[in-house]
Each structure stands twice: as C-alpha cells, then as structure tokens.
Design a binder for this molecule. Sequence first.
Ligand SMILES: Cc1cc2nc3c(=O)[nH]c(=O)nc-3n(C[C@H](O)[C@H](O)[C@H](O)COP(=O)(O)O)c2cc1C
Length: 154
Amino acid sequence: MVEPAWLSELRPLIAGPTGNFAQLATVDTDGHPRCRTVVVREIDPDGRLRFTADVSSAKVAQIAAEPRAELCWYLIGAWRQFRLSGRLAVEAGEVQARLWDEMSDATRSQFASRADFIVYGLDVAQVETLDITVRPFARALHEREGLSWTRRAI
Ligand SMILES: Cc1cc2nc3c(=O)[nH]c(=O)nc-3n(C[C@H](O)[C@H](O)[C@H](O)COP(=O)(O)O)c2cc1C
C-alpha cells in the first residue's frame, strides 16, 4: 500500500519532543463531547495510529459505547493542523505486549498492572489538513476509499 499523502505530510512534523501530543475527542454516553490529550505512540504505514490508556479512565467506557472519534493534532512551529477521524478499537496480543515492553519503567509504573494497560488503534478514514503559513489558508480533505486515498482542496 502506498503511504497516504496526509501521512507523508505529517511524519516529518512530529519528530520533535512534543510532536506526538494530540487531542482526542470522543462522546460520553449522554452524547456530550469529551476531549483530552494523548500521546500517539506509533503510526503504521497505512495510517492506523495507536495510543494507550488506563482501563480505569473514563474514555474506556465512552469508546466502548461509541467508537467513532477524532484526533486533532496541531504542530506548533509548523503552523499545521491535522484532524484525523475514524473508529477506535482495542488492540491486544502482540501489539499490546510490544508497546508495554517499549515503555519506560517510569511510564509503566503508572499502571497498576499490565492488565490495566489498554492499546487503542484509530482506523483513520478521513483527514482534514490545514496549513496557516500560506494565504489564503490551505485546507484539504483526504478520504479513504477501500485501500486508497483521495485528496481534494476544500
Ligand atoms: C501531555 C499529556 C499526555 C497525555 N497522554 C495520555 C495518553 O497517552 N493516554 C491517556 O489515556 N491519557 C493521557 N493523558 C491524560 C489525559 O489527557 C486525560 O487527562 C486522562 O486520560 C483522563 O481522560 P478521560 O477521563 O477522558 O479518560 C495525557 C495528558 C497530558 C497532559
């Protein structure tokens, strides 16, 4: 699979120390929006990305009830915003074991046990990009169709 164009734009921008902090929006069981910062741990070449959470956090029940979510990623310094929307799913097995092993002891110690450590994968279906370094601002909508992506200016 060819790497999606939005991912080729995003990758070089997230290399810095705070480049992997993004805001995850979900809804609670009343339909009220909830938004919080997460660390994006990795992104697959096809655009699927992963973050981790503690089983006791409120988002776990929210995501179980409504897996649709949006991740808003602002790259300070680059003046670029990426809004990635799709569905969340818990990832177990090899992925969960690998990310657990890759974490520092300090990060791991925040979890009562490995059983409390949840990995979420975001299956990205649509990405809106915004570049505010140019005038007029440049916005584009990337949409996945099967295994390929389309891109159009908006
Ligand atoms: C810089 C930063 C990084 C964070 N990374 C994560 C993370 O990767 N996963 C996570 O569950 N919470 C992370 N948090 C905490 C969340 O923002 C949030 O406060 C917590 O998960 C509870 O959210 P909830 O009640 O919606 O579940 C981070 C907070 C900050 C400030």
